[in-house]
Every structure is written in structure tokens, then in C-alpha cells.
Design a protein around this ligand. Structure first.
Ligand code: FAD
Length: 290
């Protein structure tokens, strides 16, 4: 199935994002997590493209394997980091040869040690250029791109970021998957401006259930998402109780997703971090499966 056909009237898109593990143990854990979550019949599973070299080669292989083993639709992420246009083109050809139909097209973050993103020589500067390349040369591929309810960290203003997102969608994206966020008001305001700007492709909230306070503080400090004060206080109150942190996080995510569902979202994109427990509990509580 293509992402373009996942969302729409009478449909609900449920997707899971995973990353290529670095070890065999990590891989076993990932496959066990996916096995557990397949009962919820996801619309697709997407596999990230490593930020720094080591796991990049794995994305296509793992995406294909997950598709074969679980009989599920997949999407491979691709960034512009450290590649020439020709290298990206070859990678896309390989993806097509492997039967992959969906690409999550991204610019990527600056490599470790660099503050600003610098386009590689002969490479691409922004995700909209990658979308254009895919649309022109691989028109049958379906494309999702990233959107930022709290505005991308490098953007000078929400308005400029939205104009850039609009350009990226206009280049040929079929859906927008959002960065993780914890305050639904950020999403609703973003959706209002998104619609006002005339962007019509499905906007899918990205959900990362909190299971560990230190981990989520690390992640949010990197991606610029904020944790509401009252939620943070509840997590802090369980600082010495890992199970307590996870149950606060799961309860919060259930409430967050319920409110989003009531507001008519076309789908949910769960960042699994290769684990199933929290997302499984949330989907059970919401009675959500496709
Ligand atoms: P862009 O859309 O190119 O935007 C980057 C910045 O440039 C923004 O500030 C934007 O406003 C600005 N901009 C965009 N276009 C223009 C233009 N034409 N002219 C001037 N300014 C412009 N990272 C990975 O390394 N691997 C992954 O697999 C991965 N998967 C992700 C999946 C999702 C759903 C999300 C939300 C993020 C993911 N990321 C991933 C992180 C992502 O790479 C970073 O957030 C990165 O900093 C921006 O990527 P982008 O595609 O949004 O970039």
C-alpha cells in the first residue's frame, strides 16, 4: 500500500516508526516489539535513516525484511546528509528494486560536531529538493515529510517554517508526519495555521510515549519539543521509580491521543524507539487498531 492511500474518509492511518538496531540483541528486541504490535494492524511501519553513518546501510535491508516477515506496508526514511544527488538517486533505485513504495523524505540534522547543516558538495540543501527529485525521477513512490507543531529549531519564525513546509508539500508530498509534541494546543494551533495556509495533505500527529524521564529530557532537548510543566512535575515526582514514570507517561499519552482522536485526526504515528509495551498499552486503552 502507498501512504497516499492510507488516509482519507472512512480510513484511519496507524503507523509505527522504528530505527535500525546496532546489535543482534537490539534486533531481536525490535522484532519482538513489532510482533507484539502487529495485532493492531498498522497501516505502515517506517524505518529511520541513521544520522551518523553506522546504521545508514541498514535502512533498506531492514525495511524490506520487516515488510516480508510481517506482511506489512513499509516506508524507508532518507535524509540528504553527507550524500551527493547521484548517491541519493542510486539509493532510491535500490529502494524501488527492493519493492519499497514509500519514502519519508528528510533533510536530516547536522552531523555530530557541526552546528549548522551544510549541504554536501553535489548534494541537496533542503527536504523540498529531495521531494522534487523523487517526484521527478521516481513518480510512483509515495512521499511523507516532517512537520513541526512547535516550529523547527532552525526556522526564524513559525510563519517562515510553515512557508517552507508548504513548499515541501507542493513539491509532491502525500502526507506530513509531525515531530513529537506533548501539548495538544501546539498541534491544534499548528493545524489551524496549516489549513489556513492552504495545505491539504493529511497531517499526522507524532506520539512518543514517555517511559523514562532522563531519556525524554535528552530527546526533547535535541529536537526542541517542550514538556508541559504539570506533566514534568508528575514525572519528577516519580524520579526514583522507573515503573511509576512509565505509568505516568502512558496515562498521559492515552489522554493526549484521546483528545487528538476526538479532534478528528486522520492517523497517529508512534515513535516506538523499538519497544512495544507503552504503545501497546495505549492502543489497547484506546481500542485502536485499523
Ligand atoms: P527541511 O524541511 O529541509 O527543513 C529544515 C529547516 O530549513 C527548517 O528550519 C525549515 O524551515 C528550513 N527550510 C526548509 N526548506 C527551506 C528552503 N527551501 N529555504 C530556506 N529554508 C528552508 N532525521 C534523521 O536523521 N533520520 C530520520 O530518519 C529522521 N526521521 C524523521 C521523521 C520525522 C517524522 C521527523 C519529524 C523528523 C525526522 N528526522 C530524522 C529529523 C529531521 O531530519 C530533522 O528534524 C531535521 O533537522 C530537519 O529535517 P526536515 O526534513 O524537516 O528539513
Amino acid at each position: 500500500m502507498k501512504i497516499v492511500d492510507v488516509y482519507g474518509i472512512g480510513k484511519f492511518g496507524l503507523s509505527f516508526e522504528i530505527f535500525p538496531p546496532k546489535t543482534e540483541t537490539g534486533e531481536s528486541q525490535l522484532f519482538a516489539a513489532l510482533e507484539a504490535l502487529m495485532a493492531h494492524r498498522p497501516s505502515f511501519v517506517s524505518c529511520t535513516y541513521g544520522a551518523a553513518g553506522s546504521t545508514q546501510d541498514k535502512t533498506l535491508e531492514l525495511t524490506t525484511r520487516i515488510g516480508k516477515i510481517f506482511g506489512v506496508t513499509t516506508a524507508a526514511h532518507r535524509t540528504c546528509v553527507g550524500s551527493t544527488v547521484e548517491e541519493i538517486r542510486q539509493w532510491l533505485k535500490e529502494a524501488v528494486d527492493l519493492g519499497i513504495e514509500n519514502i519519508v523524505a528528510l533533510r536530516g540534522d547536522p552531523p555530530k560536531g557541526q552546528v549548522e547543516f551544510k549541504k554536501s558538495e553535489g548534494g541537496l540543501a533542503y527536504a523540498n529538493e529531495l521531494v522534487t527529485l523523487i517526484r521527478q525521477e521516481f513518480p510512483h513512490l509515495s512521499i511523507a515529510v516532517a512537520g513541526y507543531p512547535e516550529t523547527h529549531q532552525e526556522a526564524p519564525s513559525p510563519a517562515v517554517d510553515l512557508a517552507n513546509l508548504k513548499r515541501k508539500v507542493k513539491a509532491g508530498a502525500d502526507a506530513v508526519l509531525t515531530q513529537l509534541f506533548y501539548d495538544n494546543r501546539d498541534f491544534f494551533e499548528f493545524r489551524r495555521r496549516y489549513e489556513e495556509a492552504g495545505i491539504t495533505v493529511p497531517l499526522i500527529p507524532g506520539i512518543l510515549p514517555v517511559v523514562n524521564l532522563d531519556q525524554i529530557q535528552r530527546i526533547t532537548s535535541m529536537c526542541g519539543a517542550t514538556i508541559p510543566v504539570s506533566f514534568l512535575a508528575e514525572l519528577e515526582a516519580n524520579r526514583d521509580d522507573p515503573d511509576g514514570q512509565a505509568s505516568v507517561g502512558v496515562r498521559y499519552a492515552i489522554r493526549q491521543c484521546r483528545e487528538l482522536l476526538d479532534a478528528g485526526i486522520p492517523g497517529l504515528h508512534f515513535y516506538l524507539l523499538n519497544k512495544s509495551e507503552a504503545t501497546f498499552q495505549i492502543l489497547q486503552a484506546l481500542k485502536l487498531s485499523r
